[in-house]
Write a protein that binds this ligand. Sequence first.
Ligand code: PLP
Length: 234
Amino acid sequence: MYQRRLHEVLQRIDNAAGDAGRPAPRLLAVSKRHSATAVAELAGAWARMQPQAIVALGENYVQEAVAKQSELNRQPALPAIEWHLIGHLQSNKAREAATAFDWVQTVDRPRLVDALARHRPTDRPPLNVLLQVNIDDESSKHGCAPDAVADLAAAIAAHPSLRLRGLMAIPTPHDDVERRRPAFARMHALFSELQAAHPSVDTLSMGMSDDLEVAIAEGATMVRVGTALFGARD
Ligand SMILES: *Cc1c(COP(=O)(O)O)cnc(C)c1O
């Protein structure tokens, strides 16, 4: 089952990238609310299908990720997994997040930058960081304002224990995915500006199961896919 779904998703990514004349973005498999068993099966299928690929998993909650990791550590012959935090991070969880993840995609305020930098274990490579941008300016959502990106990026770049990799966004869901296109395009413009200022920036994380084609057309370099790989969450 996972082999077929993976194949379909990778095909959608390749087709969208081909249509856009862009390199295929990386896939992040979003495993929130799916079991360690499901994750292990998907990771195994992915490593067999694309032996050179980085098997990357996205989780929304620190606790859920840590529990899953310890279950997976008991499974033999699992491919190496790169862990991404894609859910909102409270500052009091920064220590745990800085240890449990390879990437944090939801950095949106100076205090979190400092906490992650301070708590990243010194025997690990720098923590990869994306700034989450509130691109549709919804007061209820997380993410920094677009005009806060430059200062936050400079703060991240000043910490040797962090590596600034780029930007992430979750645009307002519209039933008509075309209505998300302007937000994706604004994100790409911000991303290009950031890249010009910071050579370490190479990642624009946007697009999910139902809108990855639009996101790729607008320049996503990483898409975060849950439902299309794991099925519906309950
Ligand atoms: C759940 C989630 C996804 C995956 O969404 P699907 O529609 O299931 O593909 C991607 N990004 C974030 C931040 C999420 O919380």
